[in-house]
Structures are given as structure tokens and as C-alpha cells.
Design a binder for this molecule. Sequence first.
Ligand code: VGL
Ligand code: ZN
Length: 194
Amino acid sequence: MTIDYARSALIIVDVQNDFCPGGALGVESGDDVILPLNRLSFKFAENGGRVIATQDWHPRGHISFETWPEHCVMGSRGAEFHEKLDLKPVNLIIRKGFRPELDSYSAFFENDRKTSTGLAGFLKSLSIDQVLIGGLATDYCVLYTALDAATLGLKTIVLKDAVRGVGIPEGSIEKALKQLEEAGVLLIDSADIR
Ligand code: VGL
Ligand code: ZN
């Protein structure tokens, strides 16, 4: 697939220590997403495409910790990007889930589905109409980011080799992939991006 880089953005979702193996909410083989994402983000940078990275960024005592183990506490080592993720091509970092009573899976809207992170406006102001999404986790933050992107009318691609899922509850990854397909999201291998 050939990309119109001027009108496209790569969104790297939550490639943070706590979502990688050994982290508080470690995703199996989560660090496998880093190599394809680094390759693609350089390709975007070389061709004038925008690269956005998100960080799950929770204060202590955040409402998310009623559902999940404590993770991505703002300023902690677990909340830092994985050290192998190359940040040089990244133009914008979006931090989400920082309001104590409101969780945020999507890079676009927090879980009340109303509170914006600002990302939609950023893309709109740059006339970007296509997003490519990779990162963690397939069945939560990647899923909700991609569904919101599609709802916003953006051409939405999920990079199937550059995502990994939590798999809780069982079957959630398969369910997420099905939801993405039903929403018209394309699933593409990052090596097929030109
Ligand atoms: C995520 C659970 C809680 C994610 C974030 O990045 O997918 N999952 N917070
Ligand atoms: Zn979280």
C-alpha cells in the first residue's frame, strides 16, 4: 500500500515499560511491536509524515486501578516509553488518563466518550485524513483509538504485526479484531507500507 505521507499520521499507542514484559500490566511479547514501529516512524519522518506517540499517564489512586493493577503512574519508570522505542521521529506526545476519576483507552476521547485529548483537532488542523495505528494493547487502547478514528471519518489502518494484546478476558483479542473489521478498519502488515 502506498501512503500519502503529507495527509497521514502514525499513532504509536502506549509503548511503555508497564505494558511490556516485566511491567505491571505486561503484554506478552509486547516489546515485539518496537522494531516495526521504529522502522515505520523513520519512514514517516523521511517522507514528511507526522508521528504521534501516546502515554497512559495516571495519578496515584486513579480509578483505572479498580479494574487493573496499578500501572503507568505519572513520572514513574513504568510510565516511561520503552527504551528501545526511538522517539526522534515523534512530533507529538499525547498523555491520557490523567484525570483521577476518568480513564482513557482511546488516544482521541477519554472513557466518558466526550472529553477530548486534542488529537482530533491536531490532525484536522493539518488536513490529515488517514491514520496508521500500532502499539499496545490490541484489545484496549489500540482498539478504542482505531474505533474513534474510524468514527471521526479518518481512513484507519491497524498494523497487525505491530500490535499485541492483553487477552483479558479470554477471547478479547479475537473480539477486538472482529470489531475493527466491522468498523471498516484495515488490518495491514507494516512491511507492506510504501
Ligand atoms: C491500557 C488497560 C489500562 C492499554 C491502558 O494501553 O491498552 N489497558 N490502561
Ligand atoms: Zn491505564
